[in-house]
Ligand binder design. Structure first.
Ligand SMILES: C[S@@+](CC[C@H](N)C(=O)[O-])C[C@H]1O[C@@H](n2cnc3c(N)ncnc32)[C@H](O)[C@@H]1O
Length: 392
């Protein structure tokens, strides 16, 4: 059986997600705006839920059709055999996307209303009671993506978005999104076989995601029963779901091939990241310490240093303090991390030039709403400049 699926992600992560889907066994892979369309066998489709690290949501396409007007959209929605997909006891909601923005003939609220009416009609035509709408916590979310007079009707198979791994506790003011951290590690070709250090770990997102990669641990393996959207669909195959989960559990290796280090200057964040790692069940695979980046010494001859630098005056100092910190970080890298790759995630309008090293790669990313650079440096041998002797 072949499923037409699409997975969503921020636009700059699309190539990373394409590679991940190809590795998983997806076929006919096609990049789109903030999404990757692909086909999959039932086995690959089931595995993708717990296994994809860089996708935000996974959706199963039900129909693509012309829907240039409100009436056409309603007709198309009502023609879909929704009662075969979910039964009347499930609650549902419509997630409408008017992708043409201001150019859209239909607004998001028009789309929501017409698709909802079409779904209800599809049930009543079969003399079935229509399922109840629950906009807050629906069992089934129908996504209607309308662009250039066409609508893609899909069912959100994942339920809660896939960055919600379940390990995150409150307590850090600027945690990185889990899917972004996983995507960055993938962009850096991290596979667990080289030492990794995050010297500004905050709530521990990089080291925890790295540990899961190194252990071949599926990031959503601990999601509870009923938390995925797919589990509420009528054709849900619980036997295959369980067998897939079992296989994914056995793929986890007992220990990371190379060490993972995490530290932060603030002891309360180190404690928080330890607790997050415990919830992710990778606490034994990460070595935590309280330490300033500036006191770090490379814990191995080579490896990957990855850090999300504090931004602006949030670190509590003046703009000059921030410049000084960036410059001191550059000095620490030059002096003590020769042979390492250092990847710094910085806000584009931060004083990142003060790091004083020329990046080998510069990747534009969005960190939430903040335009950011991932600056990647290969730290080579470095000699401090010796002052020329002055002529007498
Ligand atoms: C942007 S946050 C990192 C967030 C982290 N990536 C996460 O996902 O939670 C930056 C962190 O750098 C830490 N920090 C600030 N100055 C530091 C220094 N000199 N050495 C080490 N850590 C420092 C802060 O305590 C903060 O947790």
């Amino acid at each position: 059986m072949d499923f037409h699926l699409y997975a969503t992600c921020p636009d700059e992560i699309v190539p990373t997600l394409v590679a991940e889907i190809a590795e998983l066994g997806g076929t006919d892979i096609r990049s789109a705006y903030k999404a990757v369309h692909f086909h999959a066998t039932k086995e690959v489709y089931y595995a993708a839920h717990r296994q994809l690290r860089t996708a935000s949501r996974l959706l199963r396409v039900v129909r693509e059709a012309a829907a240039g007007s409100s009436q056409m959209l309603y007709d198309q929605a009502s023609r879909i055999a929704w009662p075969d997909l979910f039964d009347t006891t499930r609650t549902f909601a419509i997630d409408a996307i008017a992708a043409d923005g201001k150019e859209s003939a239909l607004s998001a609220s028009d789309i929501t209303r017409r698709v909802r009416e079409g779904v209800v009609q599809s049930f009543t035509r079969r003399q079935l009671k229509a399922p109840r709408v629950d906009a807050e916590a629906p069992r089934v979310t129908i996504v209607a993506y309308v662009q250039k007079g066409r609508c893609t009707f899909a069912i959100d198979s994942t339920g809660k978005s896939m960055d919600k791994r379940g390990y995150r506790l409150e307590g850090h003011p600027a945690p990185l999104k889990e899917t972004l951290a996983a995507a960055i590690l993938r962009m850096l070709e991290y596979d667990g076989t080289r030492p990794l250090l995050d010297p500004m770990c905050g709530s521990g997102t990089f080291p925890i995601e790295a540990a899961m990669i190194a252990l071949h641990k599926a990031p959503l393996i601990h999601r509870g029963k009923g938390e995925f959207g797919i589990e509420w669909l009528s054709d849900f195959d619980r036997e295959l779901w369980r067998a897939t989960e079992e296989r994914q559990r056995t793929e986890r290796v007992p220990a990371t091939p190379a060490p993972i280090f995490a530290s932060d200057i603030d002891p309360k964040f180190v404690d928080l990241s330890r607790r997050d790692a415990l919830r992710a069940r990778v606490e034994r695979d990460i070595q935590f310490s309280v330490q300033s980046f500036l006191d770090q010494r490379a814990p191995a001859a080579s490896g990957l240093l990855v850090a999300n630098l504090p931004y602006g005056t949030r670190i509590g100092g003046t703009p000059d303090d921030v410049k000084q910190l960036y410059s001191d970080i550059g000095d620490t890298l030059k002096r003590h991390f020769q042979g390492w790759t250092a990847a710094l995630l910085v806000a584009q309008d931060s004083p990142h030039k003060f790091v004083g090293l020329k990046p080998n790669r510069k990747i534009a990313l969005m960190n939430g709403t903040i335009p950011a650079w991932l600056l990647v440096y290969e730290i080579r041998a470095w000699r401090p400049k010796v002052a020329e002797p002055q002529e007498a």
